[in-house]
Ligand binder design. Structure first.
Ligand code: SAM
Length: 292
């Protein structure tokens, strides 16, 4: 009975045997707490019906827990040096495929077709490399694939932003974009002590699930995301200022912006953080309708 890959003793033994030192530049912090590993797959509600994409398998600790429950796991690992390790640690599982590629460059529809190709729901499960948490989240949300669930561990500060409601300091463009598309829950906080090596921050597990009953729908999701980012470009400035940053400062553009704000019933003097998700959708759609 081999202990789990993510048990502290086995992780340390693997790191020693392969003379691996965690690469800070790639956000390598290996999870060594079984409770958390199981907590992540529990939160993802993985069954044999699910195909899973994992980002950054590391030495395979989370991959193992996913493989035990899922139909199949495809894991993207950028660090070539980890391939022989994963080859060995995950040898007992015949439903795992490792792809040595940067997740931000991956062609996910192609991989899903080739590796899964069976129409089952696809979930994303990961203990994210923290240096690129936001780009990864945005690429998953903007990308062409509709995942049935995204369950990712990230630093607590970013998790706070994803879940932040209007009126709190962490409320940002990321909150608006994510909450426009998904229901966000944060089922578990994870201490920095659960990793080898320990990062400088605590972490949280974030669950993004399908948000099928939105109150407001933007004319185009991708354009909406760009619009929201533009509105928050200068958080301390007014919406009026930020809108000129998006559309331009020419007199005719300014009067169009003013018309759009009037139509949407939104004051130019508000700051972006004072608008709800529905306000942003309303505003984006109004500008689209008047041709801005
Ligand atoms: N899943 C393992 C665990 O829970 O112990 C490792 C998680 S570690 C926080 C992040 C992993 O992502 C590392 O293995 C790192 O090499 C990998 N990684 C970093 N940047 C990546 C990228 N752009 N694409 C794919 N993997 C990446």
């Amino acid at each position: 009975n081999t202990p789990a890959i993510g048990s502290p003793a086995r992780t340390q033994a693997i790191l020693n045997r392969y003379h691996l030192s965690a690469k800070k530049s790639l956000g390598q912090n290996f999870l060594t707490d079984l409770n958390t590993l199981v907590g992540i797959v529990d939160a993802a509600e993985i069954t044999t019906d699910d195909n899973v994409i994992e980002i950054g398998p590391g030495i395979g600790s989370l991959t193992e827990q996913i493989a035990k429950r899922a139909n199949k796991v495809v894991a993207f690992e950028i660090d070539r040096n980890l391939l022989p390790v994963l080859n060995e640690t995950l040898a007992p599982y015949d439903n795992v495929k490792i792809i040595n590629e940067d997740i931000l460059k991956a062609n996910l529809p192609e991989v899903i077709k080739n590796e899964f190709g069976d129409g089952r729901p696809v979930k994303v499960v990961a203990n994210l490399p923290y240096y690129i948490t936001t780009p990864i989240i945005l690429s998953l949300l903007k990308g062409p694939v509709d995942f049935s669930k995204i369950v990712v561990m990230m630093q607590k500060e970013v998790a706070d932003r994803l879940g932040a409601k209007i009126g709190v300091k962490a409320y940002s463009s990321l909150s608006v974009i994510v909450q426009y598309l998904h229901r966000v829950t944060v089922p578990m906080m994870v201490s920095r002590k659960s990793f080898i090596p320990s990062p400088n921050v605590d972490s949280a597990i974030v669950v993004l699930s399908d948000y099928d009953h939105r109150d407001a729908v933007a004319y185009n999701d991708k354009a909406f995301m760009g619009f929201v980012r533009g509105c928050f470009a200068h958080r301390r400035k007014t919406l009026w200022n930020n809108l000129q940053g998006i559309f331009g400062k020419q007199p005719d553009v300014k009067s169009q912006i003013q018309n759009g704000l009037d139509d949407a019933g939104i004051q130019p003097s508000v700051r972006p953080e004072q608008l709800t998700v529905a306000d942003f959708v309303n505003l984006a759609n109004t500008f689209h309708e008047i041709g801005l």
